[in-house]
Design a binder for this molecule. Structure first.
Ligand code: ATP
Length: 315
């Protein structure tokens, strides 16, 4: 059986990162191992709203000779956190470490109060995480229902709840009418929505979405923003995107990466304020840039001026 997206996974394997199953989740989700969930909710104990569910200190990720993440510190609590930054900033590298599919070169990562190092911690935490990779594989002959059910099984959603959980996740991404269609018959945007459905099927406490709105039409993007907000009320959502407007509308917090470092943290409102405070005429206004997009540009320019980094400089 051909598996879509297999090339990307082989490239990851060649780069020395952990082997993944076709959906892009790490192997060893611990299916069949001792469950540590709350029997009522299927979750572990939920952290209080202000407790960081993600704690990162001095995180470094190196890919051969390039440094993707350069000793970053980050604490994220429940809410929706937009991860912005130019191409190569390190967004995907960060999300992959948080999803436990690639290992840091150095530093400390704590997810849901657990240090993610040994196999036991990995299997326990993976059940409570949802992950949409930038490119994910799937069996083209699977229906949407089978694809999402497969991930529900990997995540150890109890059998008696799995069927309803799959239908709910698929409905939440607006694919209910295609639930029994084969994956290979879906459009690119629909495949992306099926990918989001598999990421939320276990009602994750940490949800990691790498460019989730890629390929979605404008109507779906608007609906997806509403879903993001809803998901952020019960968990910690990290969304990597180039669409600053998605962050402005749907996120409670913004983290901007450049060159593997955190160069800005704030709210969508404070980011928009950076654009107004900048005062330089960059032409973005003439071209219809929104306040948040002008803020994004202003922060990057200020950072580059301070560090004398030319735009697009390679590390
Ligand atoms: N498998 C790999 N092998 C070698 N270098 C890599 C690999 N993956 C990422 N890199 C490098 O690490 C850096 C960060 O890449 P990453 O994909 O994390 O950035 P990004 O912010 O997600 O970029 P984009 O917005 O283009 O998706 C880049 O310099 C990239 O070339």
């Amino acid at each position: 059986m051909r598996i879509g997206g297999i090339d990307a996974m082989q490239a990851d394997a060649a780069s020395g990162t952990e082997k993944e199953d076709p959906t892009g989740h790490g192997t060893g989700t611990g299916h069949g191992s001792e469950a540590e969930h709350d029997p009522e909710t299927g979750h572990g104990t939920k952290p209080s709203t202000n407790t960081p569910t993600i704690h990162i200190s001095n995180l470094t990720v190196r890919h051969r000779r390039s440094i993707a993440l350069d000793g970053i510190d980050l604490d994220l609590a429940p809410g929706v956190h937009g991860l912005l930054g130019p191409n190569g900033a390190g967004k995907t590298s960060l999300i992959r470490v948080l999803a436990t599919v690639s290992r840091p070169t150095a530093g400390r990562v704590m997810l849901l109060g657990r240090e993610v190092s040994g196999h036991r911690e990995l299997t326990a935490v993976r059940r409570r995480i949802g992950y949409l990779p930038q490119d994910f594989g799937f069996y083209p002959g699977f229906t949407v229902r089978e694809f999402v059910a497969y991930v529900a099984w990997l995540k150890e959603v109890p059998g008696e709840r799995a069927g309803a959980a799959v239908e709910r996740a698929v409905a939440r991404v607006g694919l209910a009418d295609r639930i029994d269609a084969k994956m290979k018959t879906l459009s690119g945007g629909m495949v992306r929505r099926a990918g989001i459905a598999q990421a939320i099927v276990n009602d994750p406490e940490i949800l990691l979405l790498d460019e989730p709105t890629n390929g979605l039409d404008p109507e779906q993007r608007v609906e997806f923003r509403a879903l993001l907000r809803e998901l952020g009320t019960s968990g910690t959502v990290v969304v990597s995107t180039h669409l600053v407007e998605d962050v402005a509308v749907a996120c409670t917090g913004v983290t901007l990466l450049e060159g593997g470092r955190v160069v800005y943290r704030g709210t969508p409102e404070s980011l928009a304020g950076e654009g107004a405070a900048d005062g330089t005429d960059d032409g973005a206004g003439d071209l219809g840039g929104s306040p948040a997009e002008r803020g994004y540009t202003a922060v990057l320019r200020a950072h580059r001026a301070a560090t004398s980094t030319p735009p697009g400089a390679r590390r």
